[in-house]
Design a protein around this ligand. Structure first.
Ligand code: FAD
Ligand code: UDP
Length: 370
C-alpha cells in the first residue's frame, strides 16, 4: 500500500517523490514508461563514453535562489554560460540578436544607442502584441524577423509565428550590447556529474520505490495507493475525452565525430536551411574532455512522443476543459509540462512541483523546503 503513486520520473514527479518521502515520510511508488529516470532531462554516456542528453540540450538556468538551493542538495554544479549562433546568409551570427548581430549582418558600426535608433526606425509598431510575429516584428523589424525567426518557428512548430502566442518568440530577447549569452539568469549551471546523477541522489530514499518500463495503465490496477500524481499528458489520462491536445514532437539524430571539436558554438541554429532546427555539441555543455565529440540534430515532427505544448488560444481553451475535469477528479493531481500543458523550463517545473507539495502537505513554502 503506497500513499502516493507518481506517474513520470522527470523533474515534476521526482521533486514531489523526494519531498513527500523526506518531509512527510510518505511511501511513494514512482513509475515511468521509459527505461530510465530523469524524464526529458535524462543524460547518459554513449558508446564512446561521451556524456549526451538523449532528448536534446538541457541547460539549467533560474533567477530563483530557492529553486537553485533546493537542487543543490542533490548535485554540485559546473558554472556554464550558454551561447548560440544562428546560420544566416552564410554567416554564424549571435542569437539573441545583439549589437554584433546587427553590425555583422549589415556591415554597420553602430553603438548601443545607434542600434536603438536603428531598430526603432525599422521596427513595425503594433498596438496589441498578440502573436509571436508581433513580438519580433515590433522589436527588430521585418528583415531580421524573416532571417532569424520566421523559418525557424515554422520548422519548429509547423505553424507560422502569426499563429502562435507571443510567449513563444518572447523567450528570445533583443540586446543592445555585445552580451552573447543565451540566458542572463542569476544562476546558470550544469549538474557537475550530469542530470541523471542528480536525479539518482534525489530519489535515493527508503520510502521511494521506482518502477521503470511501466505505463500507468499497466500498473494502476496492480498496486494500491491513496493519491495519484500524474505528470504525463493530461488529455491521455482522460482518454482524450474532449479530443487531443496538440503537442509538437521531435526526432533526435545523435552523431559522434572522430575529432575533438565539431562546430564553433555549443548550439548552432539553422533558421532557413535543412529540416532540422539546431545542432548541439555536448562537450561545450558538460565540459568533458574527450578526443571525440558528439552532437545532436533536432527534427521537429507532428507525430511521436509529446515534447512541446503548443501555445495558442484554441489549445489553451481545450486545456481549460481538461483542467476543469481534473479539478473534479479527487485524489489525482496534475503537475509538469505535459500534466499542466505549459511551455515550462526545468526550473519552472521544479517551482510548480514545490508549490503542489506545499498544497498537499498544507505547509508554508519555508516548511516545504525544510
Ligand atoms: P518530463 O521530463 O516530460 O517527464 C514526464 C515523464 O512522464 C516522462 O519521463 C514520461 O515517460 C513519463 N510518462 C508520461 N506518461 C506516462 C504514463 N502514462 N505512464 C508512465 N510514465 C509516463 N528546460 C530548461 O530549463 N532548459 C533547457 O535548456 C531545456 N531544453 C529543452 C530541450 C528540449 C528539446 C525539450 C523537449 C525540453 C527542454 N526543456 C528545457 C524543458 C524541460 O525538458 C522540461 O521543463 C522538464 O524536463 C519537464 O519535466 P516534467 O517532469 O514536467 O516532464
Ligand atoms: N526562435 C527562432 N529562432 C531562433 C531561436 C528561437 O525563431 O534562432 C523562436 C522559435 O519559435 C523557438 C522559440 O523562439 O521555438 C523559443 O526558442 P528557445 O530557444 O527558447 O526554444 P527551446 O529551447 O524551448 O526549444
Amino acid at each position: 500500500m503506497f500513499d502516493y503513486l507518481i506517474v513520470g520520473a522527470g523533474f515534476a514527479g521526482s521533486v514531489l517523490a523526494e519531498r513527500l518521502a523526506s518531509v512527510q515520510n510518505k511511501k511513494v511508488l514512482l513509475i515511468d514508461r521509459r527505461a530510465h529516470i530523469g524524464g526529458n532531462a535524462y543524460d547518459c554516456h554513449n558508446e564512446h563514453g561521451i556524456l549526451i542528453h538523449r532528448y536534446g540540450p538541457h541547460i539549467f538556468h533560474t533567477n530563483s535562489a530557492e529553486i537553485f538551493n533546493y537542487l543543490s542538495r542533490f548535485t554540485e554544479w559546473r558554472q556554464y554560460q550558454h551561447r548560440v549562433r544562428a546560420m544566416v546568409d552564410g554567416r554564424l551570427l549571435p542569437i539573441p540578436i545583439n549589437l554584433d548581430t546587427v553590425n555583422e549582418l549589415y556591415g554597420l558600426h553602430l553603438t548601443p544607442d545607434g542600434m536603438k535608433e536603428y531598430l526603432a526606425s525599422i521596427a513595425e509598431k503594433c498596438e496589441h502584441v498578440r502573436t509571436s510575429e508581433d513580438v519580433v516584428v515590433g522589436s527588430v523589424g521585418r528583415d531580421l524577423y524573416e532571417k532569424f525567426f520566421r523559418g525557424y518557428t515554422r520548422k519548429q512548430w509547423g505553424l507560422d509565428p502569426s499563429e502562435l502566442d507571443a510567449q513563444v518568440t518572447a523567450r528570445v530577447p533583443v540586446r543592445f550590447n555585445r552580451d552573447d549569452r543565451y540566458f542572463t539568469d542569476t544562476y546558470q549551471a550544469m549538474p557537475a556529474r550530469g542530470f541523471t546523477h542528480m536525479f539518482e541522489n534525489m530519489l535515493d530514499h527508503p520510502n521511494i520505490k521506482i518502477l521503470l518500463n511501466a505505463d500507468y495503465r499497466e500498473v494502476r490496477d496492480e498496486v494500491s495507493f491513496d493519491q495519484l500524481i500524474f505528470t504525463g499528458p493530461i488529455d491521455e489520462y482522460f482518454d482524450y475525452t474532449f479530443g487531443r491536445l496538440p503537442y509538437r514532437c521531435l526526432e533526435f539524430k545523435h552523431e559522434t565525430h572522430h575529432r575533438p571539436v565539431f562546430q564553433p558554438a555549443p548550439v548552432v541554429n539553422y533558421p532557413n536551411e535543412y529540416a532540422y532546427t539546431r545542432v548541439t555539441e555536448f562537450k561545450y555543455l558538460t565540459g568533458q574532455d574527450h578526443p571525440l565529440t558528439s552532437v545532436v540534430y533536432e527534427f521537429p515532427k507532428s507525430e511521436g512522443d509529446p515534447y512541446y505544448p503548443i501555445p495558442r488560444a484554441d489549445n489553451a481553451a481545450l486545456y481549460k476543459r481538461y483542467q476543469a475535469l481534473a479539478a473534479n477528479t479527487p485524489g489525482v493531481h496534475f503537475v509538469g509540462r505535459l500534466g499542466t500543458y505549459r511551455y515550462y523550463n526545468m526550473d519552472q517545473v521544479v517551482g510548480q512541483a514545490l508549490t503542489v507539495f506545499s498544497r498537499l502537505a498544507q505547509t508554508t513554502r519555508a516548511e516545504a523546503l525544510a
